[in-house]
Design a protein around this ligand. Structure first.
Ligand SMILES: [Zn+2]
Length: 447
């Protein structure tokens, strides 16, 4: 018998933190920060609900802050075990965690220091996809989650032969850059994300067309197109997409500003990661295409250059972080351009409840930025299909591969409505026993 306890990532999309207690080992899966709103701040700042010194191993699914953001806090609070992830996840985590402490983009600034990040990295080992590794009592194998570079699903095989998979975040295949999500069959237990558990994305053809239309219309109006983008994966996808549209001359080559020092560092990692991309992207690379660079792309690293963009006239595109407008340079551009009716703001990713991005995306006409009331006259557009998360149908079909063997599915990492809807679908359509996980609750796993 083992126990699964959901300390985070249950009842909401962020803050993934799951404890698997075996008879002789305590294993953590992800140690993420909650994002968005006051409750998230409280969660991130409070003591862990378990003793970090009692944890033997931490496995990390991928490098998003809501999966890694509290790792240095865990180490600071006494964790002395080993950390494991893919090599790209470790590389990206180093960049994101060091950025988090420096800039105060998140709660990290008050929770730990760069030294704690470096101590975490000294405990951090890497694993390769599809190479099972024994840990005494269980083996772990990583499968490609197709979500962001380095993202992995963790498949545990216990001594009895029973298996359990932690999905982490599951990608929205086909992705512009990454290989498709790997289907894993024969599972006994599954803990599955449910960010889009209650919704399906627009069709792929539609999302490409809509993106092109929004960009073309914005250029025709001569205004500024703001694209708040996650620095990790989404920014690289947008660059690759714009690269295609400019090179094929489908769009006039207006200035594009990549205004995110963090995205720049991450893009440099992507430029060295061709072997982890899908076949199409690898073929383009072999043909000598740079994927992430084009003539009219201007990289902005200094803040005064960032402010100078705001004075510019004529059509332009600004890609900046953070993806939910909770911090970062996009916020300054929003304050400047949202009151201008020639501007457009384009949302291409999930906007968590409580964030500025969510307010604007929902059409609120007056928002508060840096204590000032900003009126929103810009056109608000949304292309949902680019989400990095599998939609409801894709999640159901992911679980269906193990339909015959699954004893229980734990639905996590979604807002309650999404998780409940997905659990209901898994029950009704596949006949599975699916439970919606609750924060702090303990679940028995028969091994
Ligand atoms: Zn993620």
């Amino acid at each position: 018998m083992a126990k699964l306890i959901c300390y985070g990532g249950a009842g909401n999309t962020t803050g993934a933190n799951f404890l698997l207690a075996l008879s002789d080992k305590k294993i953590l899966i992800d140690c993420g920060m909650e994002q968005g709103g006051k409750k998230a701040h409280e969660h991130n700042r409070k003591r862990f609900d378990y003793d970090p010194a009692s944890i033997d191993i931490l496995f990390v699914t991928h490098a998003h802050i809501d999966h890694i953001g509290l790792i240095p806090k865990l180490v600071k609070a006494g964790f002395k075990g080993q950390i494991y992830s893919t090599s790209k996840t470790k590389m990206l985590s180093e960049i994101l965690l060091l950025d988090a402490v420096k800039i105060g983009r998140t709660d990290a600034e008050v929770l730990y220091t760069a030294e704690d990040v470096n101590r975490s990295l000294s405990l951090w080992h890497t694993l390769t996809y599809h190479k099972p590794q024994g840990f005494g009592g269980f083996a772990l194998e990583l499968f490609d989650a197709g979500h962001i570079l380095g993202s992995a699903m963790l498949k545990f095989t216990f001594e009895s032969g029973k298996t359990m998979l932690f999905s982490g975040d599951i990608g929205n295949s086909p992705s512009p850059l990454l290989p498709d999500v790997e289907m894993v069959s024969g599972l006994d237990y599954l803990l599955i994300e449910s960010v889009y558990g209650d919704r399906n994305h627009e069709e792929r053809a539609l999302r490409e067309e809509k993106f092109k239309r929004v960009v073309a219309e914005s250029i025709a109006r001569g205004g500024t197109l703001l694209i708040p983008a996650f620095s990790l994966e989404r920014t690289q996808e947008i660059l690759a997409k714009l690269d295609n549209l400019f090179e094929s001359k489908e769009l006039p080559a207006v200035p594009v500003y990549l205004d995110s020092p963090l995205a720049l560092k991450i893009t440099a990692v992507y430029e060295r990661s061709g072997k982890f991309f899908n076949q199409t992207a690898q073929t383009e690379l072999r043909a000598g295409d740079d994927l992430f660079k084009f003539k009219n792309l201007h990289v902005v690293d200094k803040l005064d250059h960032s402010q100078a963009i705001d004075e510019a006239k004529g059509a332009q595109i600004i890609v900046a972080g953070s993806g939910m407008s909770t911090a970062g340079r996009i916020v300054g551009h929003e304050a400047r351009f949202l009151p201008d009716p020639r501007s457009t703001i384009l949302f291409m990713g999930f906007q968590a409840a409580g964030t500025l991005g969510r307010q604007i995306a929902e059409g609120i006409k007056k928002v508060v930025i840096d204590d000032q009331i900003i009126e929103v006259w810009a056109k608000v557009e949304r292309v949902d299909g680019f989400s990095g998360h599998a939609d409801s149908d894709a999640l159901v079909s992911f679980a269906s591969v193990s339909e015959k063997t699954l004893q229980k599915v734990f639905v996590a990492m979604g807002e309650p409505r999404s998780s409940i809807f997905l659990a209901q679908r898994l029950h009704d359509e596949l006949g599975l026993k699916a439970v919606v996980t609750e924060k702090g609750k303990s679940y028995e796993i028969e091994l």
